[in-house]
Design a protein around this ligand. Structure first.
Ligand code: C5P
Length: 414
């Protein structure tokens, strides 16, 4: 519950601003009070009147309004809140936040606040992937701003990709994770006190400074698992290769590129109770990546690409010894003989459980929203029905909780 919590909702100018109305409704249903700051551009998409009606509070928009300032100074606005939520967070507002500008009431409040800030980005896919926005988001993340979304999908501008603002329910869940981690009842937080590492996404192996070997993994399944473990109370480190999906809330994320970096980040997490290797690690890397771009030479044969094996992260984490996590889980992405190959893989890698899934192109698993998996453990093979990757994640996290319930927690990081 968010009973008695206070959110200052900053509505900037984007087509997604209409979702802010639904967000207010959802927050109020949970007992959270909402006060709105509407930017000038935001007012082109939603009216102060609708925000006021739903929040049952006055809407602030003008920094130089004597009434605004005398009733509620801009410093007081942020002091009075438990959390500032920027939804939609447009490319423009993120840029102004990153630059530390204070040229309207919204940015002034954001600069003056000592409260946590959650941003729900919403913009055209090219704006989201533009180097300027990427750098701004990185800067803001480093300063402690939390992000939810954006989601992938069709956009108002007829393009497709990441940039859609998260749905109001997802934003509410992120707000709950920040303001009321106890929302999930203590009983449901079966992984409290447990430490987890999850690998996710592809790895990228440099051939030279501009070329690389990689694969189509989206990171959706691994990220969903990290989020699900965190919801059950685990202290989660997500080691992610380059992906377009956003960092899940409540999770420590280490961004890496190569398999070597991914392994190092997993080992740096120290003692853990559970490791879930969902990353699609490239099997090979260039044996000797070139330091400068390999040049095409007219008439010459293409250069030979010598490969070297990458470390097997799953096998490394499964190595028996005092530091081995109590539970190591791997994935087997197969295009044929899914279960037979998974049984064999479980033995070869030395892990405890394997989630086997069919990734033949017809299933649409890679990059898709749904997954059909089989859980292979020493108890045998369990076939799970086809479900959303989030549901697979939730079910797996609950199984991990039940399994670890009878195992002693690992000691803190060494
Ligand atoms: O051998 P294969 O790539 O099919 O094994 C898949 C499982 O092993 C996945 O859990 C994947 O995350 C993990 N893996 C790994 N490091 C590698 C290769 C695979 O952790 N180098």
């Amino acid at each position: 519950m968010l009973n008695g919590k206070r959110v200052l909702l900053i509505v900037a100018g984007g087509i997604a601003a209409f979702k802010a109305l639904e967000l207010i409704r959802r927050l109020r249903e949970r007992g959270c009070s909402v006060r709105c700051v509407l930017t000038e551009a935001g007012a082109r998409f939603v009216t102060p009147l609708s925000l006021q009606a739903l929040s049952e509070d006055r809407v602030y928009s003008d920094m130089f309004s004597l009434t605004d300032e005398s009733e509620m100074g801009h410093i007081q606005l942020s002091r009075d809140a438990d959390l500032l939520v920027v939804a939609p967070a447009t490319a423009n507002v993120l840029a102004r936040m990153a630059a530390g500008m204070a040229d309207d009431l919204a940015t002034t409040v954001l600069l003056a606040t000592d409260k946590p800030v959650l941003a729900a980005p919403a913009m055209n896919v090219r704006m989201w992937t533009h180097a300027a926005t990427v750098a701004n988001v990185e800067t803001l993340r480093r300063r402690g701003v939390h992000f939810i979304g954006p989601n992938d999908g069709a956009m108002a501008c007829n393009e497709h990709g990441p940039g859609r603002m998260s749905e109001p329910e997802e934003i509410v869940a992120a707000i709950e994770a920040l303001l009321d981690p106890g929302t999930v009842s203590e009983q449901a937080r079966v992984l409290a006190g447990r430490r987890a590492v999850v690998t996710s996404g592809p790895t990228r192996e440099a051939i030279d400074p501009v070329r690389y070997i990689s694969n189509h993994s989206s990171g959706k399944q691994g990220h969903a698992i990290a989020a699900a473990l965190a919801r059950l109370g685990a202290d989660v480190t997500l080691v992610s290769g380059p992906v377009a999906v956003a960092d899940p809330p409540g999770v420590r994320v280490v961004h890496v590129e190569s398999a070597d970096q991914m392994l190092a980040a997993c080992l740096a997490a120290g003692r853990i109770d559970v490791a879930v290797c969902a990353a699609a690690v490239a099997d090979w890397k260039a044996a000797t990546p070139a330091n400068s771009k390999i040049k095409k030479k007219a008439g010459a044969a293409p250069p030979a690409l010598a490969l070297a094996a990458n470390p097997d992260i799953l096998a490394a984490l499964s190595t028996p010894g005092p530091k081995r996590p109590a539970l190591v889980i791997g994935f087997a992405a197969e295009t044929e003989n899914v279960v037979a190959n998974a049984l064999d893989k479980r033995k070869r890698k030395g892990c405890d459980w394997i989630l086997a899934n069919d990734v033949s192109p017809a299933t649409g698993t890679f990059g898709g929203e749904r997954n059909t998996v089989h859980l292979v453990s020493d108890a045998g093979v369990e076939d799970w029905p086809t479900m959303a990757k989030e549901e697979v994640a939730q079910r797996l996290a609950e199984r991990v909780g039940r399994h670890l319930g009878v195992v002693r927690p690992a000691q803190a990081a060494e």
